[in-house]
Write a protein that binds this ligand. Structure first.
Ligand SMILES: Cc1cc2nc3c(=O)[nH]c(=O)nc-3n(C[C@H](O)[C@H](O)[C@H](O)COP(=O)(O)OP(=O)(O)OC[C@H]3O[C@@H](n4cnc5c(N)ncnc54)[C@H](O)[C@@H]3O)c2cc1C
Ligand code: FES
Length: 263
């Protein structure tokens, strides 16, 4: 597979996760050797518009390749305005993904906003390989109930022994759950220090990581998925640098000790 040439994938299903976020299932139209890890991303092209990085939200333990796309500008709108049967270009998988072997222990997964799309891949991977991991807790926060993703999956995660806490910044009359920051959920979990995966806005990453370190987590065992502006996705253009690292190749997953100074 050539890193620079997109292969074609057909959109086979589109689910609406929130008013401005769609879950898109793809089927490769070419015979590509596509294997990936939770935490990796692909460069998605809309022919005639350009390409942008999108995390793989499906788990490699399941069949479909899925992307969860939030409308931001021209290219994400081009992806979301596509229909079932339309064809997108895909390069990748790109980036490093989560270090799964090191994470096979008790694990806390914390997501804020659209960053939760990346973590869904990891959660479903763990659910499908449950005996490889210890205690697992998921803390997820969104702005409002309308912004919560993957609601139809929380029950199956719980049935697999994953503790799931959900919170929103602003509740409404139908919402009986927690209102507040993701960190407000973490006091409810009695998870011993282990590994952690975080994806969300920098302020949320720092707040969750600080709380975990107070509880004895080591900063090198807290893994953070970082978003940076990207162009090439393969370490050539220097658009995505964080200090000495190319986020597209050395990341997007970094241990917290490596990136905390830029968060
Ligand atoms: C590793 C990685 C994984 C990503 N995963 C997803 C995903 O799963 N789903 C998803 O919907 N989006 C994801 N994004 C963000 C997505 O790539 C951007 O929203 C997209 O490039 C915007 O392009 P556009 O042409 O639609 O909008 P533009 O018109 O280019 O930009 C619209 C707005 O988004 C901002 N923006 C653009 N790119 C980024 C970026 N990389 N990080 C932060 N802000 C940005 C711009 O500054 C501008 O304010 C990811 C980005 C990275 C780097
Ligand atoms: S996006 Fe070009 S070097 Fe990372």
């Amino acid at each position: 597979m050539n890193d620079y040439i997109p292969w074609q994938a057909e959109i086979v299903d589109i689910d609406i996760e929130s008013p401005n976020t769609y879950l898109i299932s793809l089927k490769p139209l070419e015979d590509v050797d596509f294997s990936y890890k939770p935490g990796q991303f692909v460069m998605v092209s809309v022919f005639g518009l350009g390409e942008c990085p999108i995390s793989i939200t499906s788990s490699p333990t399941r069949e479909a390749l899925q992307l969860c796309v939030r409308r931001a500008g021209r290219i994400t709108s081009g992806i979301m305005d596509s229909r079932v049967g339309d064809v997108l270009g895909i390069r990748g998988p790109c980036g490093n993904g989560f270090p799964l072997e090191r994470m096979k222990r008790d694990i806390l997964i914390a997501g804020g906003g659209s960053g939760f799309a990346t973590l869904r891949s990891l959660i479903n991977y763990i659910v499908d390989r449950r005996s490889d991991f210890g205690e697992v807790a998921v803390a997820y926060g969104a702005r409002t109930t309308r912004d919560l993703y993957f609601m139809q999956e929380y029950k199956s995660w719980q049935q697999s022994g994953v503790e799931v806490g959900i919170t929103v910044d602003i509740g409404d009359e139908s919402w009986k759950g927690n209102v507040g920051l993701v960190t407000s959920l973490m006091d409810k979990f009695r998870l011993p220090p282990g590994s952690a995966a975080i994806c969300g806005p920098p302020v949320m990453i720092n707040a969750v990581a600080s709380k975990l370190m107070e509880r004895g987590f080591d900063h090198s065992e807290i893994y953070v998925s970082m978003e940076r502006h990207m162009k090439c996705g393969v370490g050539k253009c220097e658009h995505c640098n964080i200090g000495p690292y190319h986020t597209c190749q050395d990341g997007p997953v970094f241990s917290y000790d490596k990136v905390k100074s830029v968060l």
